[in-house]
Design a protein around this ligand. Structure first.
Ligand code: SAH
Length: 498
């Protein structure tokens, strides 16, 4: 199994720094099922290529799975694993390029932070769904995709294509993003995970896909396949992606079998049986799954829109707008005469511009909209002059020592008539199956109802805002709602500015 990563950034040998692997050496990394090696077939100023080669030892692979595995069988010794890039390669990639995946690089921080010209090639990749699926998965992430089906036997074209493709990807992409995308999408294309899908796979998926998966048009297929079609896990993942505040419009219905046609029936490995019926965790009772069928992010958006309308706000600024869902919904309502989205992340703003079709937006709408990059912890004149500011699922992304700065900037300086804040209710987390810790790796904290109340009342008192609280989502009698919302309104007792 082979994967190559090339760049033409100058000097191209900086790839060695980004991958934390020296171009002059062959390095070996022992895996439970074989040996991974990294080496550089070329390492010049203009172009540098790193190769990750994985030699799978089928015997070790079987042993590493244990005898209790139901498909422990001779058949497991005779399969395509040693030759085809697959989920094993994804696991090796995650291990070998662990630091590179985080995007940290002390010696070349700017290079690690931004997009660079990349070319990634996988000569043989199992792809259930054929080349078309490879296009659908990688193109929305900005890759130029070349995927060719590998014929079963070149001598016998009438036999047709195998379930393998030769894949190459070209694009200007941040290296850490590329590695995380491969980590998630290789097993998705392969669609026959070699290991048991454990609950912590949801965490791995959210960690690797957090920055791009929620906005991906094939997020349903990706999530379901990645989680080996384990419905309960997929449901948790959807709920948590919705927690990211992004685009999961998924209604958590049972999975629909996707594209059954392509790639199947060539049967050199049995169809995935892993992780289905006899998983490693007991089936989850689906008792109150129907309590609120609509995803939390939709409920939250509606709650915020409803509150803004009630408050009579016309000029609204969405602070930490993410990929712009609320901004889009505000623009659809002509009552909002000015709509502004701000985010610290340029990637979020790129997603927002794409979602809002900024380049094709009719002038009348475009005139009401402003989108810009900004940080909520620094005073910014552009935040002032609004009837209402929204901080939807944003405060919990801010380090506690910086919260005071955010309070000053929003309530003290920008000083809109109203501020709407939503944030997770930590007490509700016990209602999410498999969730351990916080709902998202980037959350710096999650407040209980009492903690949120205390914070909001203290801030309201300090800056002269009245505050009321509202639940969002199904208000559980024991642990409260999944999302909590505070509506702040400036106390205008003494007149003065309005
Ligand atoms: N409000 C959106 C996105 C929530 S995710 C929604 O509910 O759909 C949190 C967002 O806050 C991210 O897009 C993140 O980039 C942004 N953010 C975090 N800290 C920020 C800061 N200090 N200044 C501006 N934006 C910030």
């Amino acid at each position: 199994m082979l994967l190559t990563i090339s760049t033409t950034v100058r000097p191209a040998t900086d790839l060695g720094f980004l991958l934390h692997k020296h171009p002059d050496r062959v390095q070996e990394f022992s895996q439970s099922y074989g040996m991974a090696r990294v080496f550089y077939p070329e390492a010049g100023e203009e172009r540098c290529t790193a190769a990750l080669m994985l030699d799978v030892d089928p015997v070790r692979l079987v042993r590493s799975r244990g005898r209790s595995t139901p498909d422990y069988a001779l058949g497991q010794y005779v399969n395509d694993r040693p030759y085809a890039a697959s989920s094993l390669l994804a696991v090796a990639l995650a291990d070998v390029f662990r630091t590179a995946r985080t995007g940290r690089c002390h010696s070349r921080p700017e290079l690690a932070a931004g997009p660079i010209p990349l070319e990634i090639t996988l000569p043989v990749l199992p792809c259930r769904g054929g080349p078309g699926l490879a296009h659908r998965l990688f193109e929305p992430l900005g890759w130029e995709v070349e995927a060719r089906a590998v014929p079963l036997d070149e001598g016998f074209p009438e036999w047709g294509d195998s379930r393998y493709v030769r894949l190459s990807l070209r694009g200007e992409v941040r290296l850490a993003d590329a590695l995380n995308q491969l980590y998630v999408l290789l097993p998705v294309l392969d669609d026959s995970k070699h290991y048991w899908v454990a609950p912590d796979e949801v965490d791995k998926l959210i960690r690797a896909g957090g920055s791009w998966l929620a906005a991906h048009p094939e997020k349903n297929l990706i999530t379901r396949r990645y989680l080996g079609r384990r419905q309960a896990l997929a449901r948790t993942a959807f709920a948590r992606l919705a927690e990211l505040g992004d685009d999961v419009e998924e209604d958590l219905e049972p999975p629909v079998e996707e594209d059954p046609a392509a790639g199947e029936g060539q049967g050199d490995t049995p169809p995935a049986t892993e992780g289905d019926a006899q998983g490693d965790t007991p089936p989850v009772p689906e008792g109150d799954a129907q309590a609120s069928r609509r995803p939390l992010n939709v409920l939250r958006r509606e709650a915020v829109l409803g509150a803004l309308e009630e408050l009579g706000a016309r000029k609204v600024i969405d602070l930490g707008c993410g990929s712009g869902q609320l901004v889009g919904a505000l623009l659809d309502r002509p009552g909002f005469t000015k709509v502004t989205g701000v985010d610290v992340s340029s990637q979020a703003l790129t997603f927002a511009a794409r979602r809002l079709k900024l380049d094709r937006m009719p002038d009348r709408q475009r005139e009401r909209l402003e989108l810009f990059q900004g940080a909520l912890t620094y005073t910014d004149d552009r935040f002032a002059g609004y009837d209402a500011a929204v901080l939807m699922e944003v405060v919990e992304h801010v380090d506690p020592p910086r919260l005071g700065a955010l309070e000053r900037v929003v309530f003290g300086t920008a000083r809109p008539g109203h501020v709407i804040v939503t944030t997770p209710n930590a007490e509700y987390n016990v209602r999410y199956d498999f969730l351990e810790g916080m709902r998202h790796p980037d959350h710096r904290f999650e407040w209980t109802r009492a903690e949120f109340r205390e914070w909001a009342e203290r801030v309201g008192g300090e800056y002269g805002y009245r505050v009321v609280f509202r639940p969002v989502g199904d208000d559980d009698p024991e642990v409260g709602p999944p999302t909590q919302m505070a509506l702040f309104s400036v106390e205008n007792a003494g007149g003065g500015d309005d």
